[in-house]
Design a binder for this molecule. Structure first.
Ligand code: PEP
Ligand code: MN
Length: 348
């Protein structure tokens, strides 16, 4: 069964009435579920465009009336919540910077008490799954029933391919912990650059996400915020029609069953090999203790580590995977050897 993803599109910020109405008129179609625009913009440093404020709320209600599009925006305070509820917004979301602050999330949750519209929570700027779950829990405790999560990536200090590192594993872990909360992807804020948006969106579909929020502007190059990552409505429609939607059916034919059996045999072999390796580590630990040697010998570890990563690279395993794997194995060996060192001597 292929499920059509929920699509939220619209500009990063509401800038002028013309820009909002022009973008909305081009987006108006049954392919779009919600029209977005930021009214209050959380800017990293002062001095940049901080959103049009209350005036923009009226442009959004015009969109709702003229184009029959549902409208949504970011709220960052109880005052924002009050203002958008008065104007009949159909959905709100909490931005990444607010999610990182439990005080703010709590205040917004209280302002939303008893409100029936859907609420979406972006991941916090820092890669902290508990903080993201905490924000969702604060909303659930406030009685919000229609809750979703938006994965928009995590801040990085060093220059990177992406503006915000996706860390897909965190989003997948959220799905595991809260399987009933729909998960959407915001490829615009992950990528920061429009040519990367398609691949990230496709990956989200391949990973069974429930929707996409994609920044779309009638004239991206003139945008007052996030100009490099916004698509035109035509580009958005092209992207949507080229997305491959995957089946959710739990499918199992003979071919797949064979593949899965092979995989599970290999997984058992990996466990058995790791056990064998740890047994030897423990023997080395006892021996080092007898000789009164330190557990960690940096140069020996570095040499072995380099060789292992190179061997992995030779068979086309990624450097990141190999280095994480061997660091984990090494950590576990150190834990095992430390236990032996801590045992009182007479028990050896
Ligand atoms: C936005 O959606 O325009 C926005 C500010 O997003 P985030 O909170 O993900 O940075
Ligand atoms: Mn933006």
């Amino acid at each position: 069964m292929v499920v059509k993803p929920k699509i939220i599109a619209g500009p990063c910020s509401a800038e002028t009435r013309e820009q909002i109405l022009n973008t909305a008129s081009q987006l108006s179609s049954d392919k779009i579920d919600f029209f977005r625009a930021g009214i209050w913009k959380p800017r990293t440093r002062p001095g940049a465009f901080e959103g049009i404020g209350h005036e923009g709320l009226n442009w959004m209600t015009e969109v709702k009336e003229k184009f029959k599009l549902k409208i949504c925006t970011e709220v960052a305070s109880p005052e924002h919540v009050e203002a958008v509820l008065k104007k009949g917004f159909d959905m709100v979301w909490i931005g990444a910077r607010s999610t990182a602050n439990p005080f703010t999330v709590q205040e917004i949750s209280e302002a939303l008490k008893g409100v029936k519209i859907p609420v979406m929570i972006k991941n916090p700027t820092n890669p902290d799954l508990k903080l993201w779950i905490g924000a969702l829990e604060r909303m659930m405790n406030g009685g919000i029933e229609d809750l979703s999560a938006i994965h928009r990536g995590f801040s990085v200090y060093e220059k990177n391919l992406y503006r915000n590192n996706p860390n897909w594993q965190i989003a997948l872990d959220l799905k595991k912990e809260l399987p009933n909360i729909p998960l959407l992807c915001d490829p615009s804020h992950i990528s920061g650059r429009r040519h990367l948006i398609h691949n990230i969106s496709q990956k989200a579909m391949d990973l069974d996400y429930d929707g996409l929020m994609i920044e779309t502007h009638c004239n991206p190059n003139q945008a007052l915020t996030d100009k490099k990552q916004q698509l035109t409505p035509d580009e958005l429609f092209e992207l949507l029609s080229s997305l491959k939607l995957r089946s959710r059916k739990e499918f199992m034919d003979e071919q797949l069953r064979d593949f899965r059996m092979n995989l599970s045999e290999i997984d058992s072999d990996i466990i058995a090999l790791l056990k064998k390796r740890m047994d030897i580590s423990e023997q080395i630990g006892s021996y080092k203790k007898e000789l009164n040697m330190v557990i960690f010998q940096k140069s020996i570890w570095e040499k072995a580590f380099k060789e292992n990563v190179q061997n992995a690279l030779d068979v086309e395993l990624s450097e990141e995977f190999a280095s994480q794997l061997f660091k984990l194995i090494h950590q576990e060996s150190i834990v095992k050897q430390s236990k032996i060192f801590l045992k009182p001597d007479e028990e050896d």
